[in-house]
Design a binder for this molecule. Structure first.
Ligand code: SAH
Length: 260
């Protein structure tokens, strides 16, 4: 269905994967889309809300080749919107948390295209909750930092010892895209935190394939390797894990307990 109104794109957060964690706004947007551009991290279950007539473009590796270049995605969105299509860009988690949503919105607005952002539950939040860990706790953590382990500019763009100092002050660290740099992030954090600091890694949070480990900062990289934990995964570091009543509300997982 084409409309003659102002061209518009909705950047919609699809949440961490479990379709039950979608917002009502997200479902409405997916249902009304005529063109859906879908990222790799969008759960399969989310796609059942799309109409059969909707054109679905997978712009991640699922599309058959390596991820589609960002410039192409931005061009395609603009083109479709200018043709009067109802374009929804579906992104894992929240579009404004490490999702390039900011860049895409800027690009679209610069071409006179209206942009609406629909929040989603970010995977860092869902991952912690899935193992029963609050990110803040009045007795143990008075703040949270969402950090990328894979910043533009490479490893040098992050100073892990500084982040460790924040964590030592009671700030929970939630690290996205950290698995490939697990050794350097562990070494950097150990400069400001004890090796017995609790750490957890949650892979495929909220999905039936969810797995997680609970360990200490000193054993983090070794345990990730031992247990073959891969991407996508969230790393949580902080005393709040010690305090948490780790319920393992993840699907079908064994009841768990912090080691040590
Ligand atoms: N916008 C997304 C983040 C995109 S960056 C959000 O708000 O969640 C991609 C990274 O997100 C992955 O490398 C991984 O660290 C994390 N991630 C996304 N979905 C995840 C999931 N279901 N379980 C664990 N980590 C996930």
């Amino acid at each position: 269905m084409k409309s003659s109104s102002t061209p518009k794109v909705q950047l919609v957060g699809a949440g961490p994967g479990d379709p039950e964690l979608l917002t009502l706004k997200a479902i409405r947007a997916i249902r009304s889309a005529t063109v859906l551009l879908v990222d790799d991290l969008v759960g399969e279950g989310v796609m059942k809300f799309a109409r059969k007539s909707t054109r679905v473009v997978y712009v991640g590796k699922r599309g058959g080749c390596a991820s589609t270049p960002q410039a192409f995605i931005e061009k395609l969105m603009a083109l479709e919107a200018l043709h009067g299509e109802r374009v929804v860009r579906l992104k894992g988690g929240d579009p404004f948390v490490f999702g390039r949503g900011g860049e895409e919105a800027q690009h679209l607005r610069a071409q006179g295209i209206e942009v609406e952002i629909v929040n989603g539950i970010t995977s860092g939040l869902a991952a912690a909750t899935s193992i029963g860990a609050p990110l803040t706790h009045r007795d143990h953590a008075h703040g949270v930092m969402f950090i990328t382990g894979h910043p533009r500019g490479g490893d040098d763009a992050l100073h892990w010892p500084t982040l460790a100092a924040a964590a030592a002050q009671g700030v929970t660290l939630v690290i996205y895209m950290g698995i490939s740099s697990i050794d350097s992030l562990q070494a950097g954090l150990l400069q400001g935190l004890g090796s017995d600091t609790p750490a957890a890694v949650i892979q495929h949070a909220s999905l039936p394939t969810q797995r997680h480990i609970q360990t200490t900062l000193g054993d983090l990289a070794a345990m990730v390797r031992r247990e073959s934990i891969g991407s996508p995964a969230i790393i949580v570091i902080g005393d709040v894990l010690r305090a948490a009543n780790l319920l393992c509300v993840g699907r079908g997982e064994e009841p768990c307990r912090l080691r040590g």
